[in-house]
Write a protein of this length. Structure first.
Lengths: 192, 423
């Protein structure tokens, strides 16, 4: 009974937090909201799925949220010769742009507007959790979410290429929450 | 080798005490077995023994081998490893001939005689299999193999035994394709589960994902990143040559041939939006099948009749397994875990295995008829064997095989393995 209560309270808090953090502004999208099919597709049964025995896993809980500080944006020297922009990070299994990383993207857009010939590649990456295949798709979403943000700020679409590495190219190799956070990222490389 | 050498025949069954003891044991054994064993005569005159291997408490079945001839010893050591993969046999070996009474005393279900001779470059194996219950010969065949491939003989014998005992198709003749990470690169390897050995098909410093066989097993299709983009490639096993077959402007992955070989289902993209696409392997023509705005749809697996696809979708907020029906153009959700991925539809069509991430990785089987979900144990990235009784999966980077019905896990390869595919 008390477990149930905790569950309900937890779920409510989780929902509220998720709502506050992810949808505070009109820019962000709620990725989990019921999607509109592009193709002719129709859902019939979202029928309750059969219960099964409860599994007591040696639960390493889903990666906890770590305090995140956006890296400082470089603004020295000739901005048009910059090779790479600071990366941005994501929550587990999510691809919306977190509010604290908007300044990073705003700065990239500013530089790209000044440097008319600059072309960038956004690489989407994931942490070690989950399947390789799913993470390829997730990395693609992460890269394209950042691209969309930049395009909305007026950057031409053809100046932004997107790549997904899924979980194939981690930059941090420990099995710790801070490493998982590091690896859930978009990298911005200047390719031209 | 577990206990097989105990049965060295030089020890004749002279001890009265031991005889009585064995008789007692056998009678109990037979009482137990008489229920699940069904001996039936076929028109050919040979009889088969079908044991219900799906009951969880099934005891290991003793199989007594009498082997002779040059090279038979080597085959014996391969047979031990082979039968180990099945997990339901207890092989006993003797190098002198036994009477059927002796076989029954020992409690063996089958008595297998094989005599090996070398003719030129070939190993000729004369195989005879007897049912200990009826005393009749139920199988006889001359097996030929290259002299340097005695394991092929062992695989064949082990598969025949499995087929005689269970009435199900054997699986040792088939290799597993999987990706292994070594150093900075990825390689596609073919693993022989019987010998626990493997051979390289392809190496690349680029990421390689999700290889699978064409229905005739002459080709492997996989996803590989070249110049920053994942595309679908097809490799011909006979020549080792590969070519790009399907491509969209995003990271294409998870290719699987339809059972009739006419189409490839894979994960592709139309701009920022991705999902399940179909591709004609002859022309490379790509058509979207399940694409939804803002949704990840990936990892398709075909039903054996080719009329449905199971796949992973996060349309409800987190990844779950869904089934798409081609005729009605409808989808339905079949799992409700927090993170269910990597489905594989069994070749017999009855079940779908997948892995769930809940802190660790767990293997679960969804039964289509009942809608029941059964937890098997730890593991990820599962793939069915051709007979739908066994799976190969990854645990701690190593490749394992287990039956759906027992709890014995056989480690077939160590290292950093991913994405095994077997059927």
């Amino acid at each position: 009974m008390s477990k149930l209560m905790y569950g309900i309270v937890g779920a409510l808090m989780g929902c509220t937090l998720a709502f506050l953090s992810s949808c505070g502004t009109p820019v962000c999208e709620q990725p989990t909201a019921a999607p509109k099919p592009i193709e002719k597709k129709e859902v019939v049964e979202e029928k309750p799925v059969p219960k099964e025995e409860v599994v007591k896993a040696s639960v390493k809980e889903a990666p906890p949220v770590v305090e995140e500080k956006p890296a400082p944006v470089a603004s020295i020297g000739d901005e048009c010769n910059v090779k790479e922009f600071p990366m941005i990070h994501f929550d587990f299994d999510k691809y919306y742009i977190k509010p604290e990383y908007r300044p990073t993207l705003d700065k990239i857009a500013e530089v790209m507007k000044k440097c008319k010939n600059m072309v960038i590649t956004i690489e989407g990456h994931c942490d070690e959790w989950g399947s390789r295949e799913y993470n390829i798709a997730l990395g693609w979403k992460r890269a394209n979410e950042a691209k969309k943000y930049l395009v909305d700020l007026g950057i031409e679409e053809n100046r932004i290429k997107t790549i997904s590495y899924g979980k194939e190219k981690p930059i941090c190799f420990e099995h710790t929450p801070s490493c998982w956070r590091m690896n859930r990222r978009d990298e911005f490389k200047v390719t031209q | 080798m577990k206990g097989g050498d105990v049965m060295k025949p030089r020890a004749k069954w002279t001890s009265l005490f031991f005889g009585f003891f064995s008789l007692f044991f056998i009678s109990i054994f037979l009482v137990f077995l008489s229920i699940p064993i069904l001996a039936q005569n076929e028109s050919s005159g040979s009889s088969r023994i079908y044991v219900d291997i799906t009951s969880p408490g099934q005891k290991k079945l003793q199989v007594l081998f009498y082997y002779s001839g040059r090279g038979s010893d080597e085959i014996k050591s391969y047979l031990e490893k082979d039968l180990d993969v099945y997990g339901i046999f207890l092989p006993l070996f003797t190098s002198s001939k036994l009477s059927m009474d002796d076989v029954r005393l020992i409690g063996a279900v089958l008595y297998v005689e094989y005599n090996v001779s070398l003719e030129g470059d070939s190993l000729i194996t004369d195989l005879k299999i007897y049912s200990s219950e009826s005393g009749e010969k139920i199988f006889e065949k001359i097996l030929k193999a290259k002299s340097n491939e005695p394991f092929m003989v062992a695989h064949r014998i082990a598969d025949i035994i499995y087929e005689l005992i269970t009435g199900r198709k054997g699986l040792l003749g088939r290799e597993i394709v999987a990706v292994r990470k070594i150093g900075g690169g990825n390689e596609i390897l073919l693993v022989d589960p019987g010998t626990r050995t493997y051979r390289r098909v392809l190496y690349s410093t680029n990421p390689i994902l999700s290889p699978s066989f064409s229905p005739d097993r002459s080709k492997i299709i996989f996803s590989m990143m070249v110049h920053g983009d994942f595309d679908i490639y097809e490799l011909e096993l006979a020549t080792g040559k590969y070519r790009k077959v399907c491509s969209t402007p995003g990271p294409d992955s998870t290719p699987v041939y339809s059972p009739d070989g006419s189409r490839i289902a894979f994960t592709g993209y139309k701009g920022a939006e991705g999902g399940i696409f179909l591709c004609d392997p002859k022309t490379g023509k790509v058509t979207p099948l399940i694409v939804e705005r803002g949704v990840i749809n990936t990892s398709p697996t075909w039903s054996p009749d080719g009329r449905e696809l199971a796949y992973v979708s996060n349309r409800a907020g987190h990844p779950s397994i869904y089934i798409y029906d081609f005729s009605s153009n409808r989808i339905r959700r079949i799992t409700a875990g927090r993170y269910d991925v990597d489905p594989d539809w069994s070749p017999d069509g009855e079940k779908i295995i997948y892995s769930s991430m809940e802190g660790g990785w767990f293997l679960r089987v969804y039964y289509l008829k009942t809608g029941n979900i059964v937890l098997l144990g730890n593991g990820e990235d599962p793939s069915f064997s051709v007979n739908s009784d066994y799976i190969v999966y990854v645990k701690g980077g190593n490749l394992f095989i287990r039956s759906l019905y027992g709890s014995i896990e056989v480690r077939v390869a160590t290292g950093y393995w991913q994405n095994p595919y077997w059927r």
